[in-house]
Design a protein around this ligand. Structure first.
Ligand SMILES: NC(=O)c1ccc[n+]([C@@H]2O[C@H](COP(=O)([O-])OP(=O)(O)OC[C@H]3O[C@@H](n4cnc5c(N)ncnc54)[C@H](O)[C@@H]3O)[C@@H](O)[C@H]2O)c1
Length: 304
C-alpha cells in the first residue's frame, strides 16, 4: 500500500465559501489524508459561509469516509486584493462586511496564522480563488482597471501569499493553485483578462518553484482543472456550455467532479510528490490533449 499520509500536517486552503467549489473538495481530501485544515474566506462571503456551517447545511458534505466530520481548525477572513492593511481603502475597511473582521489583508492573515500556530507550522498552502470583475466582457472591451483587478486577485495574490506565508511553512511543504486552460487556448466567454491572469499564474508557478524552493524548501505547482459549474465559474455565464462541450469531446466522456481534482491536490501535498515542482498538471479528463471537436464519424470501436 502506498498511502497519501498527511497526518501531523497543517493545511491552509484559501478561497472557500460553499461546498461546491474546488477549495472545499480539496480541504476535504486533505482532511481525509489526515491533515488539519484551516480556511480563508473572502469577507463578503464570510457571513453566508458561517451561516451555512452554523445551520448544518454543509454537514452532509463535511462527512468524511470514516464517519468523522470535516472540521476547520481556523477560518480567517482574507481579501486577496490587499497585501497589507494600508492597502485596504477606507470605504472598504469601514463597510458592513469588513468593519468587524480586523486586518483582512494577506499579511494580516499571515500574522494571525503566526500568532495562532507560530513559525514552522504550515505544510500545505492551497490558493483556490479568482475574481475578474469584467469576466463577462471580451478581452478586447476590458478596461485597464478590470484587467488589473483580475490579475491582482487571481494571480499576484499567489506570489503575495507565498511571500507572507512562506516563512511560516515547514521545509518540504507544498503550494498549489488552480488554473484553467484558457491561459493557453481561446475559450470564448472567459473574458475580462481572466485568461491573462491564468497565464500569469502558470508562469509565476514556475518562477515561485525556483525561488520558494531555494528560499523556503517548498514545492509550487498548479492544477489545470477542467470546467465545473461552481459559483465563480457560473459568473462567466457560459460554464454549462463549456462543461457539456468537454463531456462530449474529452478522451474520458464524463463530467469532471471536484473530488477528482482534490485527490490530485492531496497527492501533490504529500511526500509522494516530493519530486514535482514548477508544474501545471491537467486534471480535465484529458480534454487539453484534443485539437478538434469530435464528429459523427469519430467512433472508437474496432472495425471488423
Ligand atoms: N470552476 C471551474 O470550471 C474552474 C476550472 C479551472 C480552474 N478553476 C479555478 O479554481 C479556483 C477556485 O474556483 P472555483 O471554480 O472552485 O469557484 P469558487 O467560487 O468555489 O471559488 C472561488 C473563491 O474565490 C473567492 N474570492 C473571490 N474574490 C476574492 C478575493 N478578492 N479575495 C479572496 N477570495 C476571493 C470566492 O469567495 C470563492 O470562495 C479558481 O482559481 C478558479 O479560477 C475553476
Amino acid at each position: 500500500m502506498l498511502p497519501i499520509d498527511l497526518h501531523n500536517r497543517r493545511a491552509l486552503v484559501a478561497g472557500v465559501a460553499d461546498d461546491v467549489g474546488f477549495g472545499f473538495a480539496i480541504a476535504k481530501a486533505l482532511a481525509e489524508a489526515g491533515a488539519s485544515v484551516s480556511l480563508t474566506v473572502w469577507p463578503p462571503a464570510m457571513g453566508i459561509f458561517e451561516t451555512l456551517l452554523r445551520r448544518g447545511k454543509l454537514d452532509e458534505s463535511r462527512r468524511l469516509s470514516d464517519g468523522r466530520m470535516l472540521e476547520f481548525e481556523h477560518i480567517y477572513p482574507m481579501d486577496a486584493a490587499f497585501d497589507t492593511a494600508e492597502d485596504v481603502p477606507e470605504d472598504v475597511r469601514t463597510s458592513r462586511r469588513y468593519s468587524e473582521r480586523g486586518d483582512v489583508s494577506i499579511r494580516g492573515m499571515a500574522e494571525r496564522w503566526r500568532s495562532d500556530f507560530g513559525a514552522d507550522s504550515l505544510d500545505v498552502l492551497v490558493h483556490s480563488l479568482a475574481n475578474g470583475p469584467e469576466v463577462q466582457k471580451l478581452l478586447l472591451d476590458t478596461s485597464r482597471k478590470g484587467y488589473l483587478a483580475a490579475l491582482a486577485v487571481s494571480s499576484f495574490s499567489l506570489t503575495s501569499m507565498v511571500r507572507h506565508l512562506g516563512p511560516l511553512m515547514r521545509r518540504g511543504g507544498s503550494v498549489l493553485s488552480l488554473t484553467y486552460m484558457a491561459s493557453e487556448r481561446v475559450i470564448p466567454g472567459y473574458g475580462g483578462g481572466m485568461s491573462s491572469a491564468k497565464a500569469a499564474l502558470e508562469s509565476d508557478t514556475r518562477f515561485l518553484a525556483l525561488q520558494a524552493g531555494r528560499r523556503f524548501g517548498l514545492r509550487v505547482n498548479t492544477i489545470s482543472a477542467g470546467p465545473v459549474a461552481t459559483r465563480a465559474a457560473s459568473v462567466t455565464g457560459m460554464i454549462d456550455e463549456v462543461v457539456d462541450y468537454c463531456e462530449i469531446n474529452a478522451p474520458l466522456p464524463e463530467k469532471l467532479q471536484t473530488h477528482e481534482v482534490a485527490n490530485v491536490a492531496a497527492f501533490l501535498a504529500s511526500p509522494l510528490a516530493s519530486g514535482i515542482t514548477g508544474t501545471t498538471i491537467y486534471v480535465d479528463k484529458g480534454f487539453h490533449a484534443m485539437g478538434k471537436a469530435l464528429g459523427p464519424k469519430d467512433t472508437f470501436e474496432e472495425k471488423a
